[in-house]
Write a protein that binds this ligand. Structure first.
Ligand SMILES: NC(=O)c1ccc[n+]([C@@H]2O[C@H](COP(=O)([O-])OP(=O)(O)OC[C@H]3O[C@@H](n4cnc5c(N)ncnc54)[C@H](O)[C@@H]3O)[C@@H](O)[C@H]2O)c1
Ligand SMILES: O=P(O)(O)OC[C@H](O)CO
Length: 392
């Protein structure tokens, strides 16, 4: 088993300069934080990072966040409203943000000069974003990244022999595309609760003690406790796969079943999450799933309060059998429900369910993951949701 909880000394700037006249000591350079993504989670994490940057030695207090421009009818441009009201009216409207968090409409200008880059976008948009960020000279040499994305990248070449399908975590994709080291952040973190400052924990999967200290200094605080562990792939995979299990939890709620049933689904789901990770990312640790916020705790919160659960419950309840509409009327699709229920936020579990299903099918390994398989078939192939429990 890989070494686990990372031991580290609290962050200190690497170098200081001393002012000859006054004798005062100050950091030779400041870490500059950029946030790529201003959805609900991007905004909540940006708030935490900006509060810390304003207080901690070694950090430039100005934190920049990339906000895709959007006109709010009768109010004006989202970035201007953001910088005037210190609120993200579109994605996290009820949370006050610190004044040192600055919305920037240009992606490139957000990251120019940054040394620490948090990437937190719905995973389907990452390829286009990385393409833009790859411009030569844009990312400072020595910069480091952290991914809070919950998703995976699956590559299947049509016509290629079975077994050649590949799966990648986003930290590894970011490292490859941008040529900078990338850490993973994931945990039981519903954005609005974090934005309100409610106590919670998160896990960061790090590559070194230096990264542990640095990212801990960026995010840790009295109500947002950060625990670094040496399992980048485990943290990243757990965040992606729990979204698939959260769909199953929503199916259970939609069918009106009770707590025993949901507990069984969560246990089996957690087992498939860790088995999958250890099978395809053998350096990972099962402890990430059993002991850490990124594992069991995230699965619990998402299966009770998350968007994937909510839409999956509505998906079942929209079916004729559960809603009382005429049998010839079809239930709603997830695409419809995402639009109706999430006010512009994005579902990640349905995409991940499809990606994981296609990967397992291409690798000939579906029989090892009956819950993942059924979540896909119920979501996309009109399988009767009651069949969720067959062969589990
Ligand atoms: N919301 C949460 O509670 C939460 C918690 C932990 C992790 N996450 C993960 O964080 C990641 C980001 O989620 P989120 O909740 O911040 O986002 P979100 O679901 O609130 O989606 C809004 C984001 O998508 C961007 N977007 C929308 N259309 C786009 C387009 N065409 N091109 C590029 N960007 C576009 C918006 O600019 C905004 O940044 C996801 O992987 C999610 O699973 C979310
Ligand atoms: O709202 P969900 O289902 O995307 O889940 C949100 C977070 O990932 C919970 O940690």
């Amino acid at each position: 088993m890989a070494p686990f909880i990372t031991k580290f000394e609290p962050y200190e700037p690497e170098e200081y300069v001393i002012d000859k006249k006054s004798g005062t000591k100050s950091p030779a350079r400041l870490e500059k934080i950029a946030i790529v993504g201003s959805g609900s989670w991007g905004t909540a994490l940006a708030r935490v990072a900006a509060l810390n940057a304003a207080e901690r030695e070694g950090f430039d207090p100005e934190v920049r966040i990339w906000v895709r421009e959007h006109e709010i009818p009768g109010r004006g441009k989202l970035t201007e409203i953001f910088n005037r009201t210190h609120r993200n009216e579109r994605y996290l409207p009820d949370v006050d943000l610190p004044e040192n968090l600055v919305a920037v409409p240009s992606l490139k200008e957000t990251v120019r000069g940054a040394t620490l880059i948090l990437i937190v976008v719905p995973h389907q948009y990452l390829p286009g974003i990385l393409e833009e960020l790859k411009e030569p000279g844009l990312i400072s040499s020595g910069a480091r990244a952290i991914s809070a994305i919950k998703g995976v990248e699956v590559v299947i070449q049509k016509g290629a022999p079975q077994g050649t399908a590949r799966i990648y975590t986003y930290p590894s994709v970011i490292e490859k595309e941008l040529g900078i080291p990338c850490t993973a952040l994931g945990g039981a973190n519903i954005a609005l609760d974090v934005g309100r400052g409610e106590f919670c924990e998160t896990t960061i999967g790090v590559l070194s003690a230096k990264d542990a200290a640095l990212w801990h200094a960026v995010f840790d605080g009295p109500t947002f406790r950060v625990h670094p562990i040496e399992d980048v792939a485990g943290v990243s995979l757990s965040g992606a796969l729990k979204n698939v299990v959260a769909l199953a939890a929503g199916f259970v709620d939609g069918m009106g079943l009770g707590g025993n049933n949901k507990a069984a689904i969560l246990r089996i789901g957690l087992l498939e999450m860790s088995t999958f990770t250890l099978e395809f990312f053998p350096g990972s640790s099962p402890l990430t799933f059993s002991h850490h916020s990124a594992g069991v705790a995230d699965l619990i919160t998402t299966s009770f309060g998350g968007r994937n659960r909510k839409c999956a419950e509505a998906f079942i309840k929209s079916k004729p059998e559960y809603s009382g509409v005429k049998p010839e009327q079809r239930g709603k699709t997830f695409e419809q429900l995402e639009k109706e229920l999430l006010n512009g936020q994005k579902l990640q579990g349905t995409l991940t369910s499809r990606e994981v299903f296609e990967f397992l099918e291409a690798r000939g390994r579906l029989e090892g993951y009956p819950l993942f398989e059924k979540v896909y078939r119920i979501s996309f192939e009109e399988m009767d949701p009651k069949r969720l429990f067959e062969d589990l």
